[in-house]
Structures are given as C-alpha cells and as structure tokens.
Ligand binder design. Sequence first.
Ligand SMILES: NC(=O)c1ccc[n+]([C@@H]2O[C@H](COP(=O)([O-])OP(=O)(O)OC[C@H]3O[C@@H](n4cnc5c(N)ncnc54)[C@H](O)[C@@H]3O)[C@@H](O)[C@H]2O)c1
Length: 329
Amino acid sequence: MRVLILGADGYLGWPTYQYLLSKDHTVIGIDNYAKRRWELEFNAQPLWPMTSQGKTLQYCDLLNARRIYQVLEEFGPEVIIHYAEQPSAPMSMAGREYAVDTQINNVIGTLNLLFGMMKHCPNAHLIKLGSMGEYTHNIAFACKTWGIRATDLNQGIVYGVRTKDTSPLSFHYDAVFGTVLNRFVVQAANSIPLTVYGEGKQIRTFLNIEDTLQCVEIAMHNPPKAGEFVVRNQFTEKFSIVELARMVKHASPIPVLIQKIPNPRAEVEDHYYNPSNQSFLDLGLKPHLLADDILIHMITTVATTPEAIINYFDPYNPSVITPNVRWKE
Ligand SMILES: NC(=O)c1ccc[n+]([C@@H]2O[C@H](COP(=O)([O-])OP(=O)(O)OC[C@H]3O[C@@H](n4cnc5c(N)ncnc54)[C@H](O)[C@@H]3O)[C@@H](O)[C@H]2O)c1
C-alpha cells in the first residue's frame, strides 16, 4: 500500500515508518521536527540520540496547507497514519502560549489535512492516533460531509525502549514528554525513587509499543467504508499508577523505592473506569502483556546501554524528572 506517515520523527512515528517499510509498503514519512524545538525549550532530550533517516522522510509542516496538499496530490496515499501532534499534556498546561500553540497545531493541522484529503485523495483511509477519550469531532464531520473514511484510535499510554529491528526511538523519561512507565524504567535503572503523583490510584490504560505497530497495521487492513468514522480503543491492559510502580519495584534487578509526591495535575484519583479493547481483540490483536521479563529487559537495556548513560552530550538529566508544570498555577 502507499502509506503516508505524519509525525514520522516521533516516538511512535519513527518505528511505524521503519516497520511498514520492512513490510514492503511504499512509505513516505513527514515531520516538521517541532518536537526537537520543544525539547530544547523544556531542556529535555531523548535518552538515546535519535537520528531518523530515510530516503522518503521529508520536512513538511501540517500547518502549511499548500505543502501538505502538494504531498497528497503527488503521492496519492491509500493510507494516512496521523501522529503529527503536540502530545504532551504538561506542555499544553505550561502557560497560555503553549496552550494556544497546542490547539493551533493539533486542530488546524488536522483541518488542513482533511481539506487536502477531500481535494486530492478522498478515498484514502485516515488513521488518527489520539489519547483515550479524545474524540476527534472534525474528522467525524469530514467523514459525514465529504465521505472520507477514518479510523480514530483512542490509545492508552505506550511503553517500550526499543522495537524489533528498529534504530533508537525518541524515548523520553522527563516530566514533560516522558510517559509514566518509561519514566519508572529510567528511575529504576538509576536506582532513584519511582515518583507516583498523589496516591497513584488513578487508573490508566497501557500498551507495549510493539502493540501500537500491531494495532495500526490491523487498522490499515480493516478500512471503514467511505463516509464511515470508526473509533477503536487501542490498549491491552489497565493499571493504577501505584500498582504499576509496585510492579516495576518488584521486577527491578536494581533496588528501587516508591515515592509519592504531590500531584501536579488536576485529576480525580478515585474513579470508575471500564474501557474495552474488544474491537482490536476481535480483529486478531495478540497483546504483549506487561510481565516481569519485559520490565527486566527494559530496565537492563537502559542500565547497560553505554550511550544511554554517558555519551558525548550526556542525555540523562535527573532534574528533568521532577514535574514543574502544575495545572493550577
Ligand atoms: N506516546 C504515547 O504514549 C501516546 C499515547 C496515546 C496517544 N498518543 C498520541 O500519538 C501521537 C504521537 O505520539 P508520540 O508519542 O509519537 O509523540 P511525538 O511527539 O514523539 O511525535 C509527534 C511528531 O509529530 C511531529 N509534529 C508535530 N506537529 C507537527 C506538524 N504541525 N507538522 C508535522 N509534524 C508535526 C513532531 O515533530 C513529532 O516528531 C500523538 O497524537 C499522541 O497524543 C501517544
């Protein structure tokens, strides 16, 4: 298939690009490298130096409508996998400018894409990644109005240090871009306490990065009909944050403690939560469930890969783990 990946330099986009190329699809990846600028602004960087390189990787900003129209017209994708967003909740809460920039980037970028699809590739299947519970109204509207076909993937929190056969990922452990289990793994590898926000009773859904690839591939092979907007929950397991910390502490070959710290977010910690991932299981998803061997592998990979600990620009910076964006300040 001709597949266009938006946000191909990111944590999920880069392994997706490499994986689909290895499956003999014709793949173009685009990115505006905004994440690398945001990393500088927050003094954060991936644990491993990440150099996404590919003959069909191109600079393109979704906010530049003319350029995205050109890519859609010239390439004529059959599938578009959309990861190109500002994904960090702490960054969007870091002040008015960041909140406004996030809205503009994420809402207008997708609108430009939808208008471009309507004009240049109305039969393409749009697969849009978002977080659990984040329903994409403009895409639903475009399906209803223009007959576009789209799958909206409501994804849980992804974890994973590496994927099979792919080069280093944009792996973050900091409080702004890092996701919780990836942060716990780096804390355990460095024997610094696992920081749980509040009591840690808040329940979240999770999936292995290998399962992100699997789900996206399943979605590609199960396109909706023209005009149809399909929503699928993309996760394999759910845990409370404190439960997750206990699993990491238990599995870690390096002794580590758990430390509860004031929750910087405004979130209910005790709540009802019962999402279903049946839709992907019915389509054949074979989950990689979180077990001690996976945790041990992640922790030892971080602890024993020399360039993750000391390299010429020393990416490990413990101070960036402390959250300093607070929702109510
Ligand atoms: N990583 C997770 O745990 C997770 C969980 C649930 C949902 N998601 C969603 O999946 C998507 C990808 O997440 P990720 O972790 O790979 O994030 P990421 O920040 O690593 O990757 C996003 C990429 O998109 C690029 N980008 C942003 N705006 C762009 C624009 N206007 N034009 C072109 N490129 C642009 C960035 O430069 C970056 O390389 C996001 O929508 C995120 O909310 C991620």
